[in-house]
Write a protein that binds this ligand. Structure first.
Ligand SMILES: NC(=O)c1ccc[n+]([C@@H]2O[C@H](COP(=O)([O-])OP(=O)(O)OC[C@H]3O[C@@H](n4cnc5c(N)ncnc54)[C@H](OP(=O)(O)O)[C@@H]3O)[C@@H](O)[C@H]2O)c1
Length: 257
């Protein structure tokens, strides 16, 4: 299957470009497109046996809707979106091709796929799933198969809660009026690690983090839990109830002590 042409819509930048490099190294012909470069979206769908959509989350269903109708039954349509529910639904609806949703749980700074996790949501597939798994496994990726719904539920914790927390901390730091240079001079190792995480959210690609949060279907559940937890903590901390806080930390821990 080495003479396969792989088209990546959104392959001119970000994680799409990273995967273009990955598949090229595997010996495949990779065509990439962006808003101003490469083949137009319908041509990409007609020409390539494998099409991967890797564009900002908010426009993903629309872009899938433009490529899907042009894909053949024996082709494979995939996406790299950080959410899986809507994209997989759109791929199934707009095409007759095989459909697999992918979410790499790593970013563009990764040197290789070895040791990194990648979520697969096989949605309508016969021959292509084995092809994909073989490439990923051969290169040392850790494959996790699940449904789009379960993926999005878990990402509400792994990504939404995590980034929401980083944005909250970053905004509080800004609101405190502290000078970053002075803050870093006083940082403990744990705080340095946290600052590095917060810096990524505020400097890398704010739209990506914003869409990961606002477009997750489980966002209201997380916001509700976040708000209730903060109110509960505020209530007992403002009364300086040390022993109650100690007990709460012990009782709510998900780790074995
Ligand atoms: N970045 C990551 O670490 C990461 C990790 C896992 C999953 N993802 C997922 O990967 C997807 C892409 O994210 P990213 O961070 O790689 O984004 P990005 O860096 O902003 O790159 C987006 C790509 O989409 C293209 N694009 C933008 N608007 C387009 C349009 N209307 N039509 C066609 N192409 C368009 C851009 O091309 P031009 O600029 O050339 O127009 C660029 O190639 C998202 O769904 C994200 O959730 C990202």
């Amino acid at each position: 299957m080495e003479d396969i042409e792989i088209g990546i819509v959104g392959g001119t930048g970000g994680i799409g470009r990273w995967f273009a490099g990955f598949f090229k190294k595997e010996g495949y012909t990779v065509l990439v497109s962006g808003r101003k470069t490469g083949l137009d979206i319908p041509t990409m769908g007609k020409k390539c046996q494998v099409v991967i959509v890797s564009v900002p989350i908010g426009i993903t269903p629309e872009v899938i809707g433009r490529v899907g109708p042009h894909m053949k039954k024996e082709s494979l349509l995939m996406d790299l979106t950080s959410l899986k529910g809507e994209p997989v639904k759109s791929m199934l609806k707009s095409s007759v091709s095989e459909v697999i949703g992918l979410h790499p749980l790593f970013g563009t700074a990764a040197d290789s796929i070895a040791g990194h996790k990648i979520v697969l949501c096989p949605a309508r597939t016969r021959k292509w799933l084995d092809w994909l798994k073989e490439i990923l496994t051969k290169n040392g990726a850790d494959i996790i198969e699940t449904t789009p719904e379960r993926h999005d539920e878990l990402m509400a914790l792994v990504q939404v809660l995590n980034h929401l927390n980083s944005i909250t901390m970053g905004m509080i730091l800004r609101g405190s009026g502290v000078d970053l240079v002075e803050l870093k001079r006083f940082a403990t190792p744990m705080f340095h690690t946290k600052l590095d995480t917060i810096e990524k959210v505020f400097t890398n690609n704010p739209r990506l983090y914003a869409e990961i949060i606002t477009l997750n279907p489980n966002i209201h559940k997380i916001l509700d839990l976040y708000g209730k937890t903060l109110s509960r903590l505020k209530s007992l901390i403002s009364k300086r109830k040390t022993e109650t806080l100690v007990k709460l930390i012990q009782e709510t821990s998900i780790w074995e002590s």
